[in-house]
Design a protein around this ligand. Structure first.
Ligand code: CA
Length: 221
């Protein structure tokens, strides 16, 4: 599970992250509301844990913005203000859960696990892999436009990503079975796609596997 955690109390954040990571949850943390919003706009997290009082932008505003833009990532709000009013406000803006501070990290983990067991709210037109999100409908990779052939190549690599695809398989998928069979096409488009991954600073790479073909691999964070 991969989560985004927006919390400006560093001491608390450090303690929570330590426990979450020990439970196998990968955490991306920021203490800044605006940066929190930028990160939250990427549909790559299984859950977002949002503090309410934050520098530059409140947790409520972050939540409202992402829901307006139809980002459906589950959100747990954290607040020292345990008043019913605050809880209602969060839930109205589209929070999935609410935890009053102080809380036990075990409680947060239990809520995260409960949310991750829900059927995926994910958009079916978006395919995720590592830090990438590919939108099939408008052929964008993390908002970067792909050409038709690059998009088809990426879709091919994203199918059963654990399995390497050889050049013949890729040629058939992109240029059809009656292609003029030029392996160079594949190499050329692999290099185009690699350039785009580099441009995005993605942790995902296209690996060449000897005698087997190509495969997407996400570097461990
Ligand atoms: Ca705070």
């Amino acid at each position: 599970m991969r989560i985004l955690y927006v919390e400006d109390e560093k001491f608390l954040a450090d303690a929570v992250i330590h426990v979450l990571e020990k439970s196998g949850i990968s955490v991306e943390w920021t203490d800044d509301g605006e940066e929190g919003l930028n990160l939250a706009m990427k549909p790559i997290y299984d859950c977002i844990v949002l503090d309410v009082m934050l520098p530059k932008m409140s947790g409520f505003d972050i939540l409202r913005h992402i829901r307006e833009r139809e980002i459906k990532t589950p959100v747990i709000m954290l607040s020292a203000l345990s008043q019913a009013e605050d809880k209602i406000k969060g839930l109205n803006y589209g929070a999935d859960d609410y935890l009053a501070k102080p809380f036990k990290t075990a409680e947060l983990i239990a809520r995260l696990q409960a949310l991750s067991r829900r059927p995926a709210l994910q958009d079916e037109k978006v395919i995720r892999f590592g830090d990438l999100y590919y939108n099939k409908e408008n052929r964008t990779l993390n908002e970067l436009d792909l050409t038709e052939k690059e998009a088809l190549l990426l879709e091919t690599l994203l199918q059963e990503p654990d399995r390497a695809k050889n050049k013949e398989y890729i040629l058939n998928h992109i240029w059809g079975s009656d292609n003029y069979g030029d392996d160079n096409y594949v190499e050329v488009y692999i290099s185009y796609l690699r350039k785009k991954l580099k441009k995005l600073n993605s942790k995902v790479q296209i690996k060449t596997i000897r005698n087997l073909g190509y495969k997407l691999v996400s570097k461990v964070e």
